[in-house]
Design a protein around this ligand. Sequence first.
Ligand SMILES: [Zn+2]
Length: 260
Amino acid sequence: MRISVISLLSGVLASLLFAGTATAGVLEQNGPVPAAGKSPETNNPVYHSGKFEIKACEEQPINPDDLDAARVYLEFVLDCLNTSWQDQLTKARIPFSKPKFVTTSRAGVPTGCGKFPKGAQAVYCPYNKKITFLLDPGILSQATELFLFEVLAHEYGHHVQQLSGIMNAVGNRKYKNEKATLAAIRKIELQAECFSGAFIGSVWQALGRRESDFTYVAQAAYDTASHGKSKNIAFWLRRGFDAETPDVCNTFSAPAAKVS
Ligand SMILES: [Zn+2]
């Protein structure tokens, strides 16, 4: 049975945002100070950074059921993400730093944002800027799919949200009820999908993969209140992919139907 990883990503982020003001002090320590009178999530230089200019990314051989190969594979993808996003954020004059990255073979390990939740494939914690990636037998059995690549690019999207002040702005706002909070989380999650798509699109030629690999990942998600409807997840992933730039990823100014 296939694991629909995309829909299961950020339980930790949800609990962070639900925690409200208790997290605000920590979140405020990170990310650039937004311009006066502007909302970093709707007015952000990352939306004016243009196309990714770096087109290179080398995928390593990956075999099913091979933990070491999967680890090496992810490290190479992470290198690509670091190189491309450093260049992109530098263009936008947003200070860049690499995220920390660890893999784990089981849920329950500490992430910096509580224990790694069951059912998640990967977690980004904004406090320590760390991606924790689950490599268990289930995901390793389908390691040749584009899933690993896409999930890491999605988590990296959360890191970009942190570096650009978007995560702080959203995390520090007060929401009047759970419905409003979930709406904000969906915009965060769908934007991470769009950032992921933009990066994947920019290096797609270099990867030499089949179009069907991407289509498959784009169609794998299902509806959840925190990540959105599957058609919207696919929409934002594809939108970034086609444009090869985060300029098209402003989910915070999008029509409600596109972030439902
Ligand atoms: Zn996420």
